[in-house]
Design a protein. Structure first.
Length: 118
């Protein structure tokens, strides 16, 4: 896991990562649900889709749309184990620890907060 400010600076330099933004429907969903529920969704998605040492369909398990957390995962490179290894220094082929899962949720929350305050 790396320095969060440096991470967000690197993400901003990525043409692919920086193209992701919340649309009107996703923004409204965040407003309707609130940060606590969205955080619970993020924690659940991470636990179910990424936490295993060898997640099912790794590299393809996170949809590109359909939920604000999915968009945030692609924007923050927390979408698959390969991206977690490359961008966050979280080794693949090992289960995610509770601390690592909390870190990922924190990164997603920070990105969503930034989007909601744009």
């Amino acid at each position: 896991m790396r320095d969060e400010n440096a991470l967000f600076a690197r993400l901003a330099q990525s043409t692919f990562r920086s193209r992701f933004h919340l649309g009107p429907k996703e923004r409204q969903y965040c407003l309707d649900k609130g940060p606590e529920i969205i955080g619970q969704h993020a924690a659940d998605f991470i636990a179910r889709r990424l936490a295993d040492a060898e997640p099912q369909n790794d590299g393809k398990q996170t949809p590109m749309r359909g939920h604000p957390v999915f968009i945030a995962q692609h924007a923050t490179a927390t979408c698959c184990r390969g991206c977690l290894a490359k961008w966050h220094g979280i080794a693949a082929h090992q289960p995610l620890s509770t601390d690592q899962q909390q870190y990922i949720v924190r990164i997603i929350h920070r990105w969503l907060s930034g989007e909601m305050n744009r």
